[in-house]
Design a binder for this molecule. Structure first.
Ligand code: ZN
Length: 306
């Protein structure tokens, strides 16, 4: 049975895009409950300056807490070398840096052009190597940018190659804007994999902004992608389209993968129960997903057992 890694990014990607601050204790309950449901990797926060993102000020505390959960891989996002040093000190198992394929977006988001980002990636890779920490690069806006429009696939390939030379150990293709379609997912996965190697091109970070999230997952699965990021309740929405759903919904992703007979190790009923923690800690915040409304498929457990 093929094993698929579902990487929960809600505590970072979900929470960073909403204004409200979730109390540390609620974040801990969320992380512990997802791990207990069988989630093996969680991005618990990001090491950005607390003045910029007060929601992420407790990331070091969360890393310390999450490291105490057996079998859980603890990931954090780092925007630069300074953040990477803090992440290493906090004791993350893995860190990832977002590298926007749109230079306009990169300048706006991290105030760095592509050469400056590649220098930062090299510096982060060095910190990660010295600390023995896994280091991934997220190729964000790879499927299109709200500011630049279409992003050339050749450019994505070239920047991925340069990031690999700078020391990236693994890549994800990120549909930051919800523009990806299954044909494009197939093409881009193939091209980047050919450039950096199949062992490095492992992950898709998809959004469900236009309802194509799961279709894009299937395209990725057919191309051999083994890791998918998702956010419980699709938390976070889409920063570029107020009111629209954003991140791929973890519950819907797990329902589909389990139903397809792929091994996630995640118990859907227990995962669905975790939503209650979010609903209580963030009253009024929209939570997305079809499975939570419809309930699990009647026969999904029998299929798992088969
Ligand atoms: Zn996202």
């Amino acid at each position: 049975m093929t094993e698929i890694l579902v990487s929960e990014v809600g505590p970072r990607d979900g929470l960073q895009s909403i204004k409200r601050i979730m109390p540390l204790e609620a974040k801990k309950r969320w992380i512990a409950a997802e791990a207990a449901a069988g989630v093996r990797e969680i991005e618990v926060g990001s090491f950005v300056p607390p003045s910029l993102l007060p929601q992420m000020a407790d990331t070091a505390d969360l890393v310390a807490f999450a490291r105490g959960i057996e079998g859980l891989k603890v990931v954090a996002l780092v925007p630069n070398a300074k953040g990477a040093a803090r992440a290493a000190e906090a004791g993350v198992h893995a860190m990832s840096i977002p590298f926007s394929m749109s230079e306009t977006h990169s300048l706006k988001n991290l105030r760095k052009d592509h050469p400056a980002m590649l220098a930062e990636i090299a510096a982060v890779a060095e910190i990660a190597r010295e600390a023995g920490i896994h280091f991934a690069v997220g190729l964000s806006t790879a499927f299109g940018c709200t500011m630049e429009g279409a992003i050339s696939e050749d450019k994505v390939v070239r920047l991925a190659e340069q990031a690999a030379e700078a020391g990236a150990q693994e890549f994800s293709l990120s549909d930051t804007t919800g523009y990806a379609d299954p044909a494009q997912v197939r093409r881009l996965v193939r091209k980047v994999r050919a450039a950096v190697g199949a062992d490095k091109m492992t992950t898709l970070h998809l959004h469900n902004t236009r309802g194509l999230g799961l279709a894009n997952v299937v395209a990725g699965l057919e191309e051999g992608i083994t890791t998918f990021d998702a956010s419980l309740g699709g938390l976070g929405g889409c920063p570029f389209a107020p009111g629209a759903s954003g991140n791929l919904v973890t519950e819907d992703l797990v329902l589909m993968l389990n139903a397809m007979g792929l091994k996630t190790g995640i118990d859907l009923d227990r995962l669905l129960a975790v939503r209650q923690i979010l609903a209580e800690a963030l009253p009024g915040e929209p939570l997305y997903g079809f499975t939570p409304d419809a309930g699990p498929m009647l026969d999904y457990k029998q299929r798992l057992a088969a």
